[in-house]
Design a protein around this ligand. Structure first.
Ligand code: NAP
Length: 253
């Protein structure tokens, strides 16, 4: 199978690449850093004897990047929309360009890739999409507001797309991880978060996402505590959820 993974130079995306490489798939790896992608490619060749690894250095926050990618790689079986970024801080004090770039990556690129490859999958009557959202998709997070809203979009969009494409034998799964040990928080300027105790490993999260896609699950929330938070956010009144979230997030303002 041809598997395209965005954000596969580190973290959860890298673990997806390792899992699919171990099963002799052909991989298309996308992220901005050519050097990091080359290192991943070498690792997959050496460790898993993976013969077909194509790397595509591309900034998916740039306008037109999804179409560029689809033109370069028209034929895939599985799309993993994993690339994503997030910054903490008081929304009104953050640089507008940073938030816009985050929205372009987390929302626009993901949507356009789902549309472009989703059409192909619909016509072929087969294919799988795994979109990586977050546990933050289930409740608004003060001081992480635009990020949590972008992931709420990913969750809602994925579920609607799943319902539309089901009749064409196309699966759409949304993975909603809680805090996971990756570079995500260093990119967002809070590296210490990924050092906290009890945080899930990226390999566990990727494995759960992959098996969720294979079992045609709509939503995968790794970890019992995260599933509890998602349920509580759904059942409790907004005022209570927001008050709790604001207290929890205060240190990131
Ligand atoms: N870690 C967590 O606690 C956590 C929790 C919930 C959800 N998530 C989600 O999980 C996904 C993966 O994140 P991660 O935790 O594995 O973080 P990560 O280690 O920082 O990985 C992010 C990946 O995305 C790529 N990327 C970033 N900006 C990009 C751009 N503009 N264009 C193309 N690729 C780009 C990065 O490579 P380059 O820098 O080379 O571009 C990297 O490969 C994200 O969608 C994130 O929101 C993470």
């Amino acid at each position: 199978m041809n598997v395209l993974i965005t954000g596969s130079s580190s973290g959860i995306g890298l673990e997806f690449a390792r899992l699919y490489a171990a099963q002799e798939n052909s991989l298309i790896l996308v992220s901005r850093s050519k050097q990091a992608l080359n290192e991943v490619k070498q690792e997959l060749i050496t460790k898993f004897n993976c013969k077909n690894v194509r790397i595509i250095p591309l900034d998916l926050s740039k306008h037109g990047s999804a179409e560029e990618l689809h033109k370069k790689v028209p034929d895939i079986d599985i799309l993993i929309n994993n690339a994503g970024v997030g910054d903490f801080g008081e929304c009104v004090s953050m640089p507008i360009e940073k938030i816009s770039a985050m929205i372009s990556l987390n929302i626009t690129a993901l949507t356009e890739l789902c549309m472009l490859y989703g059409r192909d999958f619909k016509n072929a009557k087969k294919g799988g999409v795994l979109n990586v959202a977050s546990i933050a998709a289930f409740q608004p997070l003060p001081y992480f507001g635009a990020y949590s809203a972008s992931k709420a979009y990913v969750l809602s969009f994925s579920l609607a797309l799943a319902a539309e494409l089901k009749e064409y034998n196309v699966t759409v799964t949304c993975l909603c991880p809680g805090t996971t040990k990756t570079n995500f928080f260093s990119a967002g300027g809070r590296a210490e978060i990924s050092q906290e105790k009890g945080i899930m490993s990226a390999s566990t999260v990727a494995a759960l996402g992959k098996s969720g896609l294979e079992r045609k699950q709509l939503i995968v929330i790794p970890g019992r505590q995260n599933r509890f938070f998602a349920l509580a956010a759904k059942l409790l009144p907004h005022k209570i959820v927001l008050g709790y979230a604001k207290r929890m997030m205060e240190e990131y303002r």
